[in-house]
Design a protein around this ligand. Structure first.
Ligand code: RP5
Length: 232
């Protein structure tokens, strides 16, 4: 299949990969890209740069492996939201691809993408779009892979996209996350993959444990506040 329109971030070659279970016996479908903490920090620092600079910088950091997750967005104007998904998948060391496709501007390419996704080894599709956001639903219509929809706030505070994505007819579900919540889409995708991947499941458990610590810390801070009628 022709590469879909353009690759915003192209992850090919360079960093060595290991199966998540390093033994040959393992049936792991995940290949991981070992990044140092410094590399991860550098990536986060790059996020505020304009898109054309980001793509140059990221293009140098390339990894050749088969993507398990496909992140699709309706336009580059959606990238600011959708890159949260990319960052999380990077953090979990899950190979993914990232492309732009539009249900309205490139309908044939969307259908071709959806129909070939399973044969290309993809396991989950994350699709984000704004306005009359038909992209996730149109993809879901042509594949049995799970599709996670991210409504993007382009107009009407994202309510138009939310309703367009979530209100699918019976038989063609799209797992819809909150408006602009691409992070949750990536977490959900990772949880779907973790069903068969012990190492990934452990990583997710650690991630969730850290969320718990955040609230524990919040309670320690709240304890320090004094009000006349506050009892704790
Ligand atoms: C949708 O229309 C896209 O997902 C985007 O959120 C919105 C606006 O697209 P651009 O005009 O910025 O390309 O298809």
């Amino acid at each position: 299949m022709e590469p879909l329109h353009f690759h915003i971030l192209s992850f090919t070659a360079k960093i060595s990969m290991h199966a998540i279970h390093s033994t040959k016996k393992s049936k792991s479908i995940l290949a991981i890209n070992r990044q140092t903490t410094r590399e991860k920090r550098q990536r986060k620092n790059i996020l505020h740069l304009p898109l054309h600079l980001k793509s140059i910088i990221f293009a140098k950091k390339t990894v050749s492996m088969k993507p398990l997750v496909s992140i699709i967005m309706g336009s580059t104007s959606d990238l600011k939201v959708m890159e949260k998904a990319a960052l999380f998948l990077d953090e979990m060391e899950i190979p993914f691809e990232m492309n732009a496709l539009s249900a309205h501007r490139t309908p044939e390419a969307v259908e071709e993408f959806a129909k070939s996704a399973e044969n290309r080894g993809l396991k989950v599709i994350i699709a984000g779009a704004g306005m009359a956001a038909h992209l996730p639903g149109v993809i879901a219509a042509s594949t049995a892979l799970p599709v996670i929809g991210v409504p993007i706030s382009a107009t009407l505070d994202g309510m138009d996209a939310l309703l367009s994505i979530v209100q699918m007819p019976p038989g063609i579900p799209v797992a819809t996350v909150g408006i602009n919540n691409a992070l949750n889409a990536a977490i959900l995708a990772a949880q779907m993959l973790a069903f068969k991947e012990d190492v990934l499941r452990e990583k997710l458990q650690t991630y969730k444990a850290n969320l718990k610590r955040k609230i524990e810390k919040a309670n320690t801070e709240l304890k320090k506040l004094n009000y006349r009628f506050k009892t704790n």
